[in-house]
Design a protein around this ligand. Structure first.
Ligand code: CO
Length: 266
């Protein structure tokens, strides 16, 4: 049995997002000094951008192909995504394919993303609320900006919002794309109803990269900061990705431990 770890991140070419990737890579290497650890990206768009910029990046399939050629038999494939959407389900499909193929791995176990299952929602909500609490200061509300997805995994954003609201009415989860009912228009309507004048704006994204620079705090008409300011709501943005918080990274590390445990059982 020869085991390796692959961390599958959406990927980012933005300098500010690298902090999250470096941080989790360091934590995983420290926790598993005896195992090879690879970082691979699931976003095809990001690959093109990064190759053009001259940065060497691997897709998850490329990383797995290389490990297989190196004689690795067991892989813990850890998702660094926040919710189980398309990208996570593609990992499950790829793991299945790489086990069933001729000469494939003996076993590939996929680790859950940050929020997975009902206990996941409650626990992650508590940890995120502790982050919200720290920065609240003079703000009337805390707004987390999630990515959003067309996938059924979208229910996790709603579940987090409900979990926040159950504990603290001033904490909200919104999404950038695909779910209008959780989009910025809906958030602004709620803020108006609640009389919110100042909001703490926090990314719910693995890294504080491109989406933060453009969609959260950018100068365009569409950015959340612009939209909130147009509604007379002042913003205090926090430029930190989920991967920079040890308390959240701990959850990903636990999911990785579970995947490694499952590997050791076969
Ligand atoms: Co995106």
């Amino acid at each position: 049995m020869k085991t390796a770890i692959v961390l599958a991140a959406f990927g980012s070419r933005h300098q500010n997002a690298i902090a999250s990737l470096d941080h989790i890579l360091e934590r995983v290497r420290a926790a598993h000094p005896d195992l090879p650890v690879r970082l691979a990206y699931t976003s095809k768009v990001i690959h093109g951008h990064m190759r053009k910029a001259g940065t060497e990046v691997q897709s998850v399939r490329e990383a797995l192909d290389e490990l297989l050629a190196d004689g690795v038999t067991h892989v813990a494939l850890q998702s660094l995504h926040l919710v189980p959407g398309n990208e996570f389900h593609e990992l499950l499909g790829l793991a299945n394919e790489m086990m069933l193929m001729e000469g494939g791995f003996t076993r590939v176990e996929v680790g859950f993303p940050l929020v997975a299952g009902e206990t996941g929602v409650e626990r992650v909500a508590e940890l995120i609320l502790s982050i919200a609490e720290e920065g609240k200061g003079e703000n009337d509300a805390v707004l987390f900006m999630g990515h959003g997805t067309r996938h059924d995994g979208a229910i996790y954003y709603e579940a987090l919002h409900r979990a926040f609201q159950k504990r603290d009415k001033t904490v909200h989860m919104g999404v950038m794309e695909h779910q209008k009912e959780a989009g910025i228009d809906a958030v602004i309507a709620r803020f108006r109803a609640d009389g919110v004048k100042k909001a703490y704006l926090v990314p719910f994204l693995f890294g504080a990269g491109w989406h933060v620079a453009r969609d959260m705090i950018g100068d365009s008409e569409k950015s959340w900061k612009t939209r909130l300011e147009q509604a007379d709501i002042e913003c205090e943005p926090l430029l930190k990705g989920a991967g920079e918080y040890d308390r959240l990274v701990n959850i990903w590390l636990e999911h990785l431990d579970d995947a490694l445990k499952r590997l050791s059982r076969c």
